[in-house]
Ligand binder design. Structure first.
Ligand SMILES: [Zn+2]
Length: 91
């Protein structure tokens, strides 16, 4: 019996659970009420893009011919919504 082996199997120290408090924002899709939570705008945008491909495929089709400027405006509008969204701490 070595005793050392038992130590390796102890539960994670409680600090590890509380130290990782991540700042998340929750923001809905701009076309429906589906909510997405992410730490950064890029992460949020990736989730919305994936959601668009499933839920708003017709909108993507409709905007295929939009100019780069229009696409830019759309992105800026999303960034604005993101910056206005409330930070919230989650465990
Ligand atoms: Zn949506």
């Amino acid at each position: 019996m070595t005793g050392e082996e038992g130590l390796g199997k102890t539960a994670l120290p409680p600090l590890l659970n509380t130290a990782i408090v991540r700042r998340m924002k929750t923001l809905t899709c701009d076309l429906c009420d589906t909510e997405f939570s992410a730490e950064t705008f890029e992460e949020w945008m990736a989730q919305v893009n994936a959601h668009y491909n499933i839920a708003h495929i017709s909108t993507i089709e409709d905007t295929k011919d939009q100019s780069q400027q229009e696409a830019m405006f759309w992105m800026m509008r999303q960034m604005e919504r993101w910056s206005e969204a409330q930070d919230k701490a989650v465990n």
